[in-house]
Design a protein around this ligand. Structure first.
Ligand SMILES: [Zn+2]
Length: 370
């Protein structure tokens, strides 16, 4: 069943039919197995996300949006075009991700293409393809394969201008990875929206957080120096256990989730400003603890050294009275404390002084009588 969504602002009188290719349960339509992801990516995982983002943008610009296949199931193609025709949508856009074969190795194809019907079409259809294609070329660097004419059901059976976009190749290892990237999904959605706005002469005012260049978070699929920096942090803190390669892979995502859980903050697997703030704080805390630890370690080393040199942990070899204290102990004139300290700066009472003197006198006498 198709679903009609109403704009968040005044309706501009236009209705766009959005079609997310296939369904989550469609057999076949998926990437080859991706080793470090531990699974393959279904084409619909991408298509439905782009449609959701695109619908949001269009609703924000006053369009009504007809979702031709809003369920997880693979809605039959005839139902999709029937709905778009019944609702008298002003155009139809079907979102897809292309494939050549079933192995990463066999594919040499990559890039974006815009498809229109290879039979009779109006100039409007061609114009729509040009408007959307013009924006799809922008953003993430991908090959632009141009406008291609095909006898596809979605293009043939819909009464108005219809395009089907293939936004990359599932069997191209790099493009396959883009499918799960939220920033890429949003970019593709905003490019479609800009093309549609141009086609309908609606002024495009953008959508916050859509532009990839300005995104202030790191996520699965990102690479670079900043990823590496956070990888190091998460490794030091014990959350990341994989190699330091500057690539935000599934294990890095797991590490981010684990860190967020540990910190009691929102668990979304994205390294955004809040997670970064907590990570910086955790690192400062860790470094302070390291400094404290090394201070304690140095102190322990110093005490061991003193003990070896003078017999007392708190009398160093270069204490002004070190030799005297050593001799006094050897002669049995003074004793240390049970904890191996001598406490050289502790004051003596007059009674202790008298007792000490007598002990010294007796010791000397004993020595002489031998
Ligand atoms: Zn497809």
């Amino acid at each position: 069943m198709a679903k009609l969504l109403y704009p968040k602002v005044d309706w501009n009188g236009l209705t766009v039919a959005l079609d997310d290719g296939h369904g989550m349960k469609t057999a076949g339509k998926r990437t080859p197995f991706i080793k470090d992801l531990g699974r393959s990516i279904r084409e619909n995982e991408f298509n439905r996300k782009v449609v959701a983002f695109l619908a949001d943008i269009l609703l924000d610009h006053g369009f009504r949006v007809l979702l031709t296949a809003p369920t997880d199931y693979d809605t039959p193609l005839k139902q999709r075009t029937d709905a778009a025709n019944a609702y008298k949508a002003d155009c139809l856009v079907s979102i897809h991700f292309n494939a050549m074969g079933w192995e990463f190795d066999y594919s040499s194809a990559s890039g974006i293409s815009v498809h229109i019907f290879n039979g009779w079409i109006t100039s409007k259809t061609k114009h729509l393809a040009e408007c959307v294609g013009g924006f799809l070329k922008q953003g993430t660097k991908q090959k632009y394969r141009g406008i291609v004419r095909n006898n596809f059901h979605m293009l043939r059976e819909y009464n108005g201008p219809a395009i089907l976009t293939e936004n990359g190749f599932m069997d191209d290892p790099e493009e396959a990875r883009l499918m799960l990237k939220t920033s890429f999904q949003k970019e593709v959605a905003s490019e479609h929206a800009q093309g549609l706005c141009k086609f309908f002469n609606v002024s495009y005012h953008g959508v916050k957080g859509v532009a990839d260049e300005n995104k202030n978070w790191l996520e699965l699929g990102d690479t670079g120096a900043k990823v590496l920096e956070h990888q190091k942090d998460l490794k030091v803190l014990g959350f990341y256990k994989d190699k330091l390669d500057g690539s935000f892979g599934p294990n890095m995502e797991k590490a981010v989730y684990a860190f967020q859980k540990d910190q009691g903050i929102k668990e979304d697997g994205l390294l955004g400003p809040n997670t970064e703030k907590h990570l910086d704080a955790a690192m400062s805390k860790y470094e302070a603890a390291q400094i404290e630890k090394s201070k304690e370690q140095k102190e322990a080393e110093r005490m061991a050294e003193n003990k070896k040199a003078t017999g007392f942990t708190d009398v160093s070899q270069d204490h002004w009275a070190a030799e005297k204290i050593k001799t006094a102990q050897k002669l049995g004139l003074v004793n240390g404390y049970p904890d191996e300290t001598f406490k050289p700066d502790k004051t003596m009472t007059r009674a202790e002084f008298a007792a000490g003197l007598v002990q010294a006198y007796e010791t000397i006498q004993k020595g002489q009588s031998k």
